[in-house]
Design a protein around this ligand. Structure first.
Ligand SMILES: Nc1ncnc2c1ncn2[C@@H]1O[C@H](COP(=O)(O)OP(=O)(O)OP(=O)(O)O)[C@@H](O)[C@H]1O
Length: 690
């Protein structure tokens, strides 16, 4: 189709049904093809055909919901645009689809549908016989908002077949647009260093002669590229990166702007310039100051703070980061993230949290190759771009919730990130050049070590962060949570006072947790309620009432026996249960069931039981004892061989509880039942009160 010749489209056209955007003659549109019908069209017509005619298709706009595109053909807009398929890109990510670049040639109307399957083909009549389009319009990013408005009118304009009708519709719209842009120009002063292009209105040019890419615009673009090249040369990127960037900029200079690759290459180069290749903050580590920061920010957690200080001290003396990666493991809301933040504060470094929960694709860590449509760098490189320095503290949150999928194992990618032997030349797929991560301080958090991939676990030093006692929670609330909430809600201590007994009430009756996250939320709810009263000017000194805190939790019950069959029910089947520590408890339940006697309601117990009735030691005694204490129980039965673990428990908690150590089942049962236990089996239907 030589320029200047009139376009003659085939009388039968395969139809591509689109639901977004309207392709107008002379314009170019990129559209994603993923419905079965459209995929078939691309495969059979565009990928197999070899003639030029086979690349002409009919694009029908306004087709209803593409997800229902399976059997019945939806009703079709009568007028469509014949288009030349300029490029087809196939991808399997995130699901199989093609991206099609089409250029509109002319309008047509559907005369008759010839077939519906596997893709629709219609007999068509060409409506306008315009001269060959002269250029492709490249959509301007800055015109995003305007194009949304434009879209509304586009379908109407497509329907305007007569030239006069088209003028009548478009001229008022264009005039309005130009007025709007003039206003915008007045209010926006162009920044010298702004590498985003500003749309300029050139008053002397007549609308019908205005080519899509003017000389001025080309010059502007050229200036932009020159500016970008200057920035690349001025940046302190590695030699390898500089080489790649200069090669890309050379390609960019030769590339017409309308090429889709132009924008991709530009984005890539802009990211390369923005990355902190050599920019870092200066460490100001002073152990005494670090201790003060940690103590000021966190109450209790003595063991954790001690280990963090040791770690920082070794770093100060050795002045390198080749130590282990610290991993804080503990229940939600015990301050793992906030300790990470304090570490960054003590070091004077930037802090960035990378949430790994649910990540199951290695490209999340390592980025996509640039050949993918919509490719992006991974979270590590993105994080570095966000903080703007190459030595931040990165908190890898929830490493225990990493997933795995066909798209590769993210844990393997993380290993490379964390390995001091390799991470000085970490290569993100998108960058495709090495970036030095050796100055980044990585800290990880997890709720449990059980699901951390073993190879990762091996690289980390686990520091357990246990739950808090009630007393610790009260202190945390009054020293940290309440002042923070007051500040967030714009309240002063004169406007609301929460007495310690109230906090205790909230802790014991309205929250049941190892950490302080719900407590914090409840305190927030109180502050919000008070803020409303203060704002309404009706405030007297306010004490929180029950409704503001929320209702307490109901306790569950379970049935055990059906005649002589034993039914053991472990609630929440989807939650994996392992570990033998409920052994003594299950046997005690059964003993209660068969004897018809009730177990004391203030007893907690843990321990593994052998087939011969011996009680074996178990892990996590501290957490279990704290949970029993939280639940208001008085007596705790533990395996005798766990007696040494009681030393770890705060004295005030120990004072409130009586501990019974047991090495065999008899001792457990004697302690669990009032007045001891001499088994007299009685087989009848009973409900356990445990
Ligand atoms: N010992 C403490 N002293 C002061 N504040 C604390 C303490 N422990 C927790 N907090 C506060 O409790 C809130 C929740 O803590 P954070 O978000 O750090 O918990 P987390 O352990 O990281 O939880 P998750 O595992 O759910 O991410 C924060 O506001 C934190 O400052």
């Amino acid at each position: 189709m030589a320029a200047g010749s009139a376009i003659q489209i085939p009388s039968r056209l395969p139809l591509l049904l689109t639901h977004e955007g309207v392709l107008l003659p002379g314009s170019t549109m990129r559209t994603s093809v993923d419905s079965p019908r459209n995929m078939q069209l691309v495969r059979s017509r565009l990928l197999k055909g070899t003639s030029l005619r086979s690349t002409i298709i009919g694009v029908i706009p306004n087709t209803s919901d593409p997800t229902s595109d399976c059997d019945d053909l939806p009703s079709l807009h009568r007028i469509g645009t014949a288009a030349l398929a300029v490029q087809v890109v196939g991808s399997n990510w995130p699901k199989p689809h093609y991206t099609l670049l089409v250029t509109g040639l002319c309008r047509f109307q559907i005369l008759q549908l010839l077939k519906e399957k596997p893709y629709p083909v219609a007999e068509v009549e060409q409506l306008d016989r315009l001269e060959q389009f002269t250029d492709q319009h490249k959509s301007e990013e800055e015109l995003g908002e305007l194009s949304e408005q434009f879209y509304k009118y586009a379908v109407q304009i497509l329907d305007a077949v007569r030239l006069e009708e088209r003028f009548k519709m478009t001229i008022p719209l264009l005039v309005r647009q130009i007025e709007g842009l003039k206003l915008l120009q007045k209010t926006r002063k162009p920044k010298q260093d702004d590498d985003k292009r500003i749309v300029a209105i050139r008053p002397n040019r007549r609308i019908n002669h205005m080519p899509s890419t003017t000389e001025d615009e080309e010059e502007e673009d050229h200036d932009d590229v020159v500016m970008l090249e200057k920035k690349i040369r001025a940046s302190s990127m590695s030699e390898q990166a500089l080489k790649v960037c200069l090669k890309e900029i050379k390609r960019l200079k030769k590339m017409p702007q309308s090429m889709p690759e132009y924008a991709l290459t530009r984005n890539y180069l802009e990211l390369m310039v923005e990355l902190p290749w050599n920019k870092s903050t200066k460490d100001r580590l002073e152990i005494r100051a670090a201790r003060i920061v940690l103590d000021n920010d966190h109450y209790a957690m003595e063991k954790l703070k001690k280990r963090v200080l040791e770690y920082l001290a070794v770093r100060q003396l050795k002045n390198n980061l080749k130590g282990p990666i610290l991993c804080f493991v503990g229940p939600p809301g015990v301050g793992k993230t906030s300790v990470g933040r304090s570490i960054a504060k003590t070091l004077g470094r930037e802090f960035h949290r990378i949430a790994l929960g649910g990540v199951c694709d290695q490209s999340d860590i390592r980025g996509h190759r640039r050949t993918y449509v919509g490719s992006m760098p991974g979270r590590i490189i993105n994080g570095l771009k966000t903080v703007g320095v190459n030595n931040p503290v990165f908190l890898l949150d929830e490493v225990d919730k990493l997933g795995k999928s066909l798209q590769g194992d993210p844990a393997a990618a993380l290993l490379e990130v964390l390995d001091p032997e390799q991470n000085h030349s970490f290569t993100d797929h998108y960058l495709n050049v090495a970036f030095d991560l050796s100055q980044v301080l990585f800290i990880a958090t997890a709720n449990t070590t059980a699901t951390i991939p073993p190879a990762l676990l091996d690289r980390m030093e686990i520091i357990r962060v246990p739950g808090y006692t009630q007393e610790e929670k009260i202190e945390i609330a009054h020293r940290h949570l309440i002042p923070k909430q007051l500040e967030q809600h714009g309240l002063t201590p004169q406007q609301i006072q929460i007495p310690q007994v109230t906090t205790l009430d909230i802790i014991t009756r309205y929250t049941r947790e190892a950490g302080v996250r719900s407590l914090d939320r409840k305190l927030g709810a109180i502050c919000r309620a008070v803020a409303v009263k203060v704002a309404e000017g009706q405030h007297k000194e306010t004490k929180p009432d029950r409704a503001e805190v929320g209702e307490g939790e109901a306790s569950g019950s379970f049935d055990l026996l059906d005649n002589t069959d034993i039914h053991l029910h472990f609630p929440a089947g989807a939650v994996t249960k392992d570990g033998p520590s409920a052994g003594v408890t299950i046997v005690t339940c059964l003993a209660s069931l068969f004897s018809g006697r009730l177990v004391c309601s203030d007893v907690a117990m843990t321990g593994e039981i052998t087939l011969r009735g011996l009680v074996l030691p178990v892990g996590g005694i501290k957490d279990k004892v704290l949970a029993a204490h939280r639940a208001g129980l008085k007596r705790v039965i533990i395996p005798r061989r766990n007696e040494k673990d009681l030393e770890e428990i705060a004295a005030n908690v120990r004072q409130d509880l009586t501990f019974v150590t047991a090495s065999c089942l008899d001792e457990v049962l004697n302690a669990a039942f009032d007045g001891g236990f001499a088994a007299k089996p009685r087989v009848e239907r009973l409900n356990s009160k445990l």
